[in-house]
Design a protein around this ligand. Sequence first.
Ligand SMILES: [Zn+2]
Length: 254
Amino acid sequence: MVVEIFVSIFATKFFILMKMKKKIALFLMVMLAISLTVNAKTEETNMLIGNAEIVKCPYCGQEKELMALVSGNTFGAQLWSDNKRIAPMLPTVSPIQKCPRCKKYYFERKNRHGESKKTSYERGELTFLEWKEAYRQFVSEKICGKDKVDMCFWLIQSYNDYYYRSQNVHKPTKADYAFFVEITLTFINYFDWNQVEHPLLKAELYREAGKMTECGKVLKSIPYKSLEDFEKRIFIDIKKRMSNNDIKVFKFSE
Ligand SMILES: [Zn+2]
């Protein structure tokens, strides 16, 4: 069976069977989704857990062990319009970890302390409430630059996880939506869009933040004819939702 799925490009096109010891440090990239043909028959059995990665809290020194994949694949993956990819065979650890002892938050990629002799399935995933707490902590610590951009992007996805991708989908509170709009606009303003040829993600995030005029302007700047077929489908989907004043994240069809 051959399935066709859309996956986002992170830095390179390297998903399948990649060595994941260092993992994907960066979640955000672009919505230059590529059409990837995966042969399910050969990929289905390829997820392999390696020795756990040790991270250490920079505040109190408490260590914890996180899951480390040796290999994985994108079989059965879903890609959402906020660039979130959910791949059951390619699970990732949370880029922000919460210390089990002092409860402070820290960047996983900055606090790695080698490899354990054991394996672990711990991913340290945070709830939306914890993501907000983490953001407040980092703001009080004057987070800036790439860290701030990354953090805003993860918050956008966490908000969408909580309100639209969880089992109990519910209406966002006014306060949370206002917060979502604020971080989304911060992300759009601080992200370096020069590296993105066709900023579909930018248009999409404006739409999710309810900024339909801006969304329309970005779509207008994208030369439709030069898009790949799968990008054209995304373009049309965003435009249709924009016209309906729909602000919800959506899942790409396969
Ligand atoms: Zn700690």
